[in-house]
Design a protein around this ligand. Structure first.
Ligand code: 3HC
Ligand code: NAI
Length: 655
């Protein structure tokens, strides 16, 4: 049996090493191991200081999430951390990789902290529906300013080592060898005397009640019905108003209560669902093809976003547009996206320049002759896309993977426009493609295991979450979304107004309602999609004409200043439009519906039941491999609130 914690002693310094692959998550055995290490260090009077370090790719990444469904087993982490604080000698945490959750709490219990320059430190418990459970909210505001503590604890976003140094979270950033510098720091600390334990220090700030009320308002609005961010704020408030031992107890009680909540169960489920999306069995053991050189066709919204995403992951990209002028525009668009990332501090000037140096926009397909993979993102038109694929068939290498970003079209038919259909797949990105995490990998019937494996490898390279989808109208996500969008229009015919539907969705936890989203994306593409099957639509099929009537009036969404809402003077937020209400009332009357009021719950019940029925059909038809893949799709592509776990989870489905 291997022990997750070992102690070695050299020149009076104990090196306490945690080794619990893959991410040094805190298990019961590790908690016991650390407690034993404290006892060993305290008993050996030749030891003058201790350095706590981790083997492998990272410092401790938090408590073991798999243990959260089970009763907590002693020793409990808070007690282990108090033992470190009370140790006879000073402890230095040497942090590399990520110190997250219980991992950062472990570092906060040490008497000093040094981190590698690329290290990240955070308290992501809120993303699991929790608050820190081992003193994080108590010790943090004793090291950093309250606003910094609030940002870390309520958003869960980690901070980089440089920022951690600036805020006071850590004491040093290593310049060279982390462990050697941590040992040197321990020797220095031993000479000057160990500092007071963090929990014994006074809070850096004790804001007044007005401050806390304002913060609670802001955080509750941002949380959209998720409980843990507000609970985390309240824990921080308690940490500077209660005596320290009471603050520890109150935080722990809050953590244990939330751990058993439905939201925490949903978020835990999502954590694993995102990491375990299904893969086709036949790709097991199949090597993906190389992915250094990519091609993109079409430099519009999606093509430019896909190109930017590829450039950000280090790929070389050749983009093809229809004309030299369109190619120049695409170049500008890609440059603009990368520059946006630079302005938000996500990309250095050098990295932006290097990415643009790997990019070229052309007006000829010959530029694609040496590409490993090509993704097509031209207009959503079958004839045009077939032409593009037959052109790709002509110019690309025989082993290049050819992919389409189509939203709805039949990928089998597109594959048949080439002489080697086995290398054609769908790669359905979401807008904005360089930001959205979801990538539906669409499997046409002829797709080879190698083409599919390459699609999954691309997702990994681009740091996206891949979900396998079969061929059908709209694949997993757009198919389910089309079903509930249709239902929403029926709800309008029966008595509700767009702003009521949107408000019900926001109350449920969506950032935006379906009508505001449609206005943002534009109504014209969906209109064109609806016109196509209009002639063959069965006469007895329920069909709402409201959206068509808006489009006929030129109300194509925000870009035209009018859609489901009115947008005055380029405003981003729409106002209810009397003209839209008039059309809705006319349609209700034409259909003979007596309009009735809807509550928000009734609206959501209707939306969810249609969403869930379509999701079950998607699963039964084998379009999705498992229920959790559908949940990941709806959460990451369509704004379903993550803390509700997705429509299948909400309906009680489990894989
Ligand atoms: N518990 C259990 N398993 C974990 C884990 C955790 N905290 N963190 C990661 N893992 C597992 C993953 O499920 C995955 O398993 P698999 O290989 O079988 O699929 C494996 O470790 C590797 O994880 P990733 O694929 O996510 O690897 P990355 O390198 O992309 O990311 C990471 C590493 C940044 C550490 C990321 O895994 C992560 O964010 N983990 C969660 C961190 C977290 O939320 N910690 C707080 C836990 S709550 C807590 O600590 C409570 C405390 O206050 C008491
Ligand atoms: P867009 O209209 O913004 O861009 C399409 C681009 O393709 C235009 O710049 C056009 O000049 C170019 N193009 C047309 N024919 C071409 C050809 N023969 N060769 C080279 N370039 C050509 O469209 P958008 O929104 O980028 O959509 C592209 C595809 O992505 C469509 O299939 C769409 O269904 C799909 N999609 C769109 C999403 C969105 O949110 N906009 C999301 C996911 C998929």
């Amino acid at each position: 049996m291997t022990f997750p914690v070992t102690v070695t002693v050299e020149n009076g310094i104990a090196l306490v090493t945690i080794d619990n692959p893959p991410v040094n998550a805190i298990s019961q055995a590790m908690r016991q191991g650390i407690l034993d290490a404290v006892a060993t260090v305290d008993a050996d009077t030749s030891i003058e200081a201790a350095v706590l370090t981790c083997a492998g790719r990272t410092f401790v990444a938090g408590a073991d999430i798999r243990e959260f469904g089970k009763p907590p087993e002693p020793p409990h982490l808070p007690d282990v951390l108090l033992a470190i604080e009370a140790s006879r000698v000073g402890w230095i945490a040497a942090i590399h990789g990520t110190a997250l959750g219980g991992g950062l709490e472990l570092a906060l219990a040490c008497h000093g902290r040094i981190a590698a320059p690329e290290a990240k430190l955070g308290l992501p418990e809120v993303t699991l529906g929790l608050v820190p459970g081992a003193g994080g909210t108590v010790r943090l505001p004793r090291l950093v300013a309250m606003q910094d503590a609030i940002d870390m604890v309520t958003t869960g976003k980690p901070v980089a080592a440089a920022k951690a140094l600036e805020t006071g979270l850590i004491d040093r950033v290593a310049k060279g060898n982390l462990v050697e510098e941590a040992i040197a720091y321990a020797v220095e600390m031993n000479r000057s005397g160990k500092p007071e334990a963090v929990s014994k220090r006074p809070p850096r700030e004790t804001p007044d009640d007005v401050f806390w009320r304002e913060q609670e308002k802001t955080i509750a609005a941002r949380a959209r019905g998720q409980d843990s961010p507000v609970e985390a704020l309240q824990a921080l408030h308690g940490s500077v108003t209660l005596p320290v031992d009471k603050a520890f107890d109150a935080e722990r009680a809050r953590f244990l209560r939330l751990r058993d909540s439905h939201q925490a169960a949903a978020l835990r489920y999502m954590f694993f669902a995102e990491r375990n999306t299904g893969r086709p069995r036949e790709t097991e053991g199949v090597d993906p093809q190389p992915l250094g050189k990519a091609g993109v066709i079409g430099g519009g919204t999606m093509g430019a976003g896909i190109a930017a995403s590829m450039l950000l992951s280090g790929m070389e990209v050749a983009l093809v547009e229809q004309t030299a002028e369109a190619a120049a525009k695409a170049n500008e668009r890609v440059d603009g996206i990368l520059d946006g990332s630079r302005k938000r501090g996500l990309l250095s000037d050098e990295a932006r320049d290097a990415a643009m140096a790997r990019f070229a926009a052309h007006d000829t397909y010959d530029a694609l002759a040496d590409r490993d993979i090509v993704v097509e993102a031209v207009f959503e038109d079958m004839d045009l896309k077939r032409e593009v694929f037959s052109e790709l068939n002509r110019v690309c290498r025989a082993d290049a993977i050819l992919a389409t970003n189509t939203s709805y079209l039949d990928v089998d038919e597109l594959a048949s426009a080439t002489s080697v259909p086995s290398r054609v797949i769908g790669l359905h990105f979401f807008s904005p493609a360089h930001i959205m995490k979801l990538l539906e990998i669409v499997r046409p019937h002829a797709a080879s295991p190698s083409a599919l494996a390459t699609g999954f490898a691309l997702a990994k390279k681009l740091k996206k979450i891949p979900v396998l989808a079969g061929v059908c109208d709209g694949f997993i996500g757009n198919r389910i979304m089309s079903a509930y969008r249709r239902e929403c229009d029926f709800i309008l015919e029966e008595g509700a107004l767009p702003q009521e539907v949107d408000a019900a969705m926001r109350d449920y936890g969506y950032a935006m309602g379906i009508y505001a989203v449609q206005d943002m994306a534009g109504l014209d593409i969906a209109w064109a999609m609806r016109k196509r099957p209009a002639a063959t639509r069965p006469a007895d099929e329920r069909y709402s004409r409201i959206a068509d009537r808006l489009c006929e009036l030129g109300r194509h969404g925000r870009k035209t200043g009018a859609g489901w809402y009115a947008y005055q003077d380029g405003a981003k937020a729409g106002r209810p439009a009397p003209a839209v209400e008039e059309i809705i009332l006319e349609e209700s009357a034409r259909l003979g519906y007596e309009r009735k009021p809807f509550t928000a719950d009734e609206i959501m019940d209707r939306i969810l039941s249609v969403m869930q029925a379509e999701a079950r059909a998607v699963l039964d038809e084998g379009i999705a491999l498992k229920a959790s893949d559908i949940d990941v799709t709806m959460v990451h592509g369509f704004g379903f609130p993550r803390h509700r776990g997705g429509p299948m989870f909400a309906a009680g489905y489990r894989d």
